[in-house]
Design a protein around this ligand. Structure first.
Ligand SMILES: NC(=O)c1ccc[n+]([C@@H]2O[C@H](COP(=O)([O-])OP(=O)(O)OC[C@H]3O[C@@H](n4cnc5c(N)ncnc54)[C@H](O)[C@@H]3O)[C@@H](O)[C@H]2O)c1
Length: 371
């Protein structure tokens, strides 16, 4: 299957006029052929690859990228930092990488976000290709043009909108992905379903046992359906002027949980999953969603094995609620004193909903007791 993100309007992204394709390639040989087709074009190719992907898929990768040796990106959020960015920039300049050369990111969202941002600023922008290897990057982060790194004050605080030249999705990479990382991606699929795709929500509900077994064919289907949702949103609002913000469903609390846990213990998607359960509870409390609908969404989340409880963090008390609310208030999406949430009705996302800090804290304490 192929999905195309069309060229942006002339004024929206200076310097980047091309459309890009997202291609699903199930056979290893076809993936190799496609990569070799690009690497035989004029210009040189430089690969940045996640350390675990290099370990598990060494033969495939070294078959296609032999020289220069791939640059290994250490696993984890710490790689999305100024330190890595500056070391990598020096490395590229040392080869030297020139403006008509290409960068390739083979890995999850960390490798993709870091490489994409590096490509956006190195010599004022060079070409880059994405080969996502986690479920999360296959269903979400590799598409949409957001790139960036973290600051100690928050995730993705420094970044750019920068389009890849193409995205190649090869689901057999998922065979080596740990269970908690698969759940992380599944949470983003659930998000896409709830905010914009009743068909995807039905598909999830109809295939719970196969999904719990991580059936390869079903994962391929999920990735195609979820990317279609993201592509449709991004086509309408690439630079998050309005509609794209709905992709942040569950992320206001999710990001706060990740920061509170110092990016350890829970994956991004698991934290977002708890954030979605809280946003569903807020939607019910605000009379946007009926009790019946909120119950059935929470049941489906649990059936899929996605976490919904703050008990996953540690024994919850009022200090933790206050900490999480402070972290949410510091979130870059909040431009005044109220918190901004993406809530949901029975069919789709509702945004922005302003919720005063006091109300968010009270609901968080209730949510912690109920779930
Ligand atoms: N740009 C966007 O639009 C966007 C959207 C959502 C999330 N993100 C970002 O994505 C990042 C999270 O991405 P992620 O969930 O892919 O995590 P990740 O890139 O950290 O990868 C998760 C883990 O899986 C390992 N791994 C990757 N592929 C593997 C494979 N095939 N087999 C075995 N192990 C493998 C990695 O080494 C790592 O330990 C976060 O930084 C988040 O902010 C960006």
């Amino acid at each position: 299957m192929q999905v195309t993100i069309p060229a942006p309007k002339a004024s929206s992204l200076p310097g980047q006029s091309t459309q890009y394709d997202i291609l699903w390639i199930s056979q290893q040989n076809f993936l190799k052929n496609e990569i070799q087709r690009i690497t035989s074009l004029p210009g040189k190719d430089f690969l940045l690859v996640d350390e675990n992907v290099m370990k598990f898929h060494h033969d495939l990768i070294s078959d296609v990228f032999s020289k220069p040796a791939p640059i290994i990106i250490p696993s984890g959020e710490k790689s999305k930092s100024f330190k890595s960015l500056s070391e990598l920039s020096e490395k590229l300049a040392g080869y030297p990488v020139r403006r008509n050369d290409r960068l390739w990111a083979i890995g999850g969202g960390v490798t993709g976000d870091l490489t994409g941002f590096l490509a956006s600023i190195y010599q004022r922008g060079i070409a880059f290709y994405q080969v996502p290897t986690t479920l999360l990057s296959m269903v979400d982060s590799s598409v949409g043009g957001k790139t960036g790194i973290n600051l100690s004050q928050g995730k993705n605080m420094i970044g750019a909108f920068y389009r890849p030249c193409a995205v190649y999705i090869h689901t057999p990479f998922l065979e080596t992905l740990p269970e908690n990382q698969k759940l992380s991606g599944l949470a983003e699929v659930f998000k896409s379903a709830v905010i914009r795709s009743p068909a995807l929500l039905r598909y999830l509900d109809d295939h719970v046992p196969q999904i719990r077994n991580w059936d390869a064919e079903i994962l391929g289907q999920l990735s195609q359906m979820a990317i279609k949702v993201k592509a449709e949103v991004v086509r309408k609002d690439e630079q998050e002027k309005s509609l794209r913000a709905i992709l942040n469903f569950g992320h206001t609390l999710g990001h706060a949980i990740e920061a509170f846990l110092n990016y350890k213990k829970l994956t991004h998607g698991e934290a977002v999953s708890i954030g979605m359960a809280y946003a569903t509870y807020l939607s019910y409390q605000r009379n946007i969603l009926t009790g019946k609908c909120s119950q059935s969404l929470l049941e489906l989340q649990k059936n899929l094995g996605l976490p919904v409880s703050l008990g996953k963090i540690k024994k919850f008390d009022r200090t933790i609620a206050a900490n999480l609310v402070d972290l949410m208030a510091g979130d870059k999406k909040n431009i005044d004193d109220d918190l901004r949430f993406v809530l949901i009705n029975a069919k789709a996302a509702v945004f922005p909903v302003k919720i005063p800090v006091q109300e968010a804290r009270k609901r968080l304490e209730e949510f912690a007791k109920i779930f």
